[in-house]
Design a protein around this ligand. Structure first.
Ligand code: ADP
Ligand code: MG
Length: 489
């Protein structure tokens, strides 16, 4: 047995999601990304003496929203704490965070694991402010500081150490990512750092109860880096132990170019930070009424929708999963069901996960920015449903409408396109018969092959007739009629 099979990985994730609020956590400065450096820095952000923080209610509401969605217990009596350390990007000399009273306690997120569903328990979800940014690549000698990000609101979501592979950790991170975006509490933009993962990794021999010593890999800002970093770290720790060494608890960084983790600093303990309640802030009281108000304003959760769709429309678990990946797709699906009827659920689902998804992908457009509306799509699908057009023609018309919409043009009327280009499906057997006869006469070789028992030749003939009809022949009728003709003549 290889050494890798002797050990089990143990992983817990701490994920920072930047909240999609207009302003920062404790002042009115804009929390937006990408502004000129040091333009969103009021005296409060700068920590000038005499300034006082004031808690952003929206940020608290977002924290409650996520807590409800994860089934966490919402803490009624919260306070904010100061976490003290010195760093140039931290103007106050401390970070305002939560220490002993995270807003959300416990809860879970369900992921699809290799062996079915797996529940990832959460330890806590708490609110804290972000630090500024040190910029090292502008000048060779100097480090520049941009404090725009200082004070922007973050939710830190901490799991229990329950994941056992990089794949599980990635599945969890993806599930959490799609949930925070679904709930509208985070824009999910990983390039801009709106969603970043710290991975705590340890290993232990299979069968051992106690956890091994962990290392924490900081600031993984893509799912791929998360996976690579964990896999590297697991291998590193196993090899270290096998060579007679011991893992030292420390903070490490992942270098994507060299695909390895490197030591950054030894792990600090909580007491190093001198946590204490921030005397400038009042206790944060979250009443039961507030929690209920937030609950009633929340969108249906993806898991609830999946269940409903599977029961009411007979969708497969897979289709339901794909359709509920983002709210735009889910909304489009329900709108089309309203327009076309529940009996068309499978066709609608196939269209959204097939033709539409690949168009979005091809054009690099996110589902929220879908240029076509449900109404416009329903006109097209209706003509497919009532057999006015074939699936092939529907694809062509869709591609045409897509291009129009994408280029900001007015989207043509589906019936007009069908009419003006003569795209109606040919369902008249006499007309189909004429087409078939012509093709049979011109392809005597295929006809002979078919008679000699080659089924492939039949398909070739179908293809020829379809081509002759410019894709308009009703496929089912074409099949039947062609077989009849071949067998009778
Ligand atoms: P700290 O306060 O030092 O950040 P926590 O107890 O809050 O430590 O844990 C931080 C993260 O580390 C959590 O996600 C937790 O699940 C994870 N973790 C704790 N112990 C281990 C371990 N031995 N191996 C892997 N992950 C661990
Ligand atoms: Mg921590």
């Amino acid at each position: 047995m290889g050494i890798a099979e002797k050990y089990e990985a143990v992983i817990g994730l701490e994920i920072h999601a930047q909240l999609a609020t207009q302003s920062k956590l404790f002042c009115g400065d804009a929390a937006s990304f990408g502004a000129e450096p040091n333009t969103h820095i009021s005296p409060i952000t700068m920590g000038h003496p005499g300034t006082l923080p004031k808690t952003n209610v929206k940020a608290v509401e977002y924290a409650i929203r996520l807590g409800i969605a994860c089934g966490s217990r919402i803490e009624n009596n919260n306070y904010f704490a100061r976490k003290n350390y010195f760093y140039p990007d931290l103007p106050k000399g401390y970070q305002i965070t939560q220490h002993t009273t995270p807003i959300c306690v416990g809860g879970a997120i369900t992921i699809k694991g290799e062996a079915g569903d797996k529940i990832v328990q959460l330890n806590r979800i708490h609110l804290e402010e972000d630090a500024g940014k040190s910029i090292h690549d502008v000048s060779e000698l100097d480090t520049y500081i941009d404090l725009n990000r200082a004070g922007t609101p973050l939710l830190e979501i901490v799991t229990e150490p329950v994941m056992r592979s990089a794949a599980e950790a990635v599945a969890y991170a993806k599930a959490l990512h799609s949930l925070v975006v679904w709930l509208g509490v985070c824009d999910g933009n990983m390039q801009e750092g709106s969603f970043r993962c710290d991975a705590n990794v340890s290993v232990r021999p299979f069968g051992q109860k106690e956890f091994g010593t962990r290392c924490e890999i900081k600031n993984l800002n893509s799912f791929r880096f998360l996976e690579e970093a964990i896999n590297y770290e697991v291998r590193r720790q196993i090899e270290l132990i096998e060579d007679g060494g011991t893992v030292i608890q420390e903070t490490r960084l992942y270098d994507p170019d060299r695909q390895e983790t490197r030591s950054m600093r030894s792990k600090e303990d909580a007491h190093d930070y001198r946590y204490f309640p921030d005397p400038d802030l009042l206790p944060l009281i979250i009443s039961q009424e507030w929690i209920e108000e937030v609950r009633s304003s929340m969108p249906l959760l993806p898991a609830t929708l999946r269940e409903q769709w599977q029961t009411n429309f007979g969708l497969s678990a897979y289709d339901a999963q794909v359709l509920s990946q983002d709210r735009a797709s889910a909304n489009l699906f329900t709108e089309l069901i309203d327009l076309l009827g529940a009996s068309q659920a499978k066709l609608i689902s196939n269209f959204i996960t097939g033709e539409l998804a690949s168009a979005l992908n091809r054009s690099n457009v996110a589902a929220v920015d879908m240029p076509l509306q449900a109404k416009q799509l329903s006109y097209l699908l209706r003509r497919l449903i009532d057999s006015t057009i074939s699936a092939k023609i529907a694809k062509d018309i869709f591609a045409f409408m897509w291009e129009e919409a994408l280029n900001g043009k007015e989207v043509s009327d589906v019936d007009q396109i069908i009419e003006s280009r003569g795209l109606k499906q040919i369902t008249d057997s006499a007309a189909l018969g004429v087409l078939i006869d012509t093709v049979l006469q011109a392809n005597t070789k295929s006809v002979e092959e078919f008679r000699a028992g080659k089924e492939k030749a039949f398909n070739a003939l179908v293809g020829q007739v379809m081509k002759a009809s410019q894709g308009k022949a009703n496929p089912q009728q074409l099949n039947e009629l062609l077989r009849q003709k071949l067998q009778s003549s």
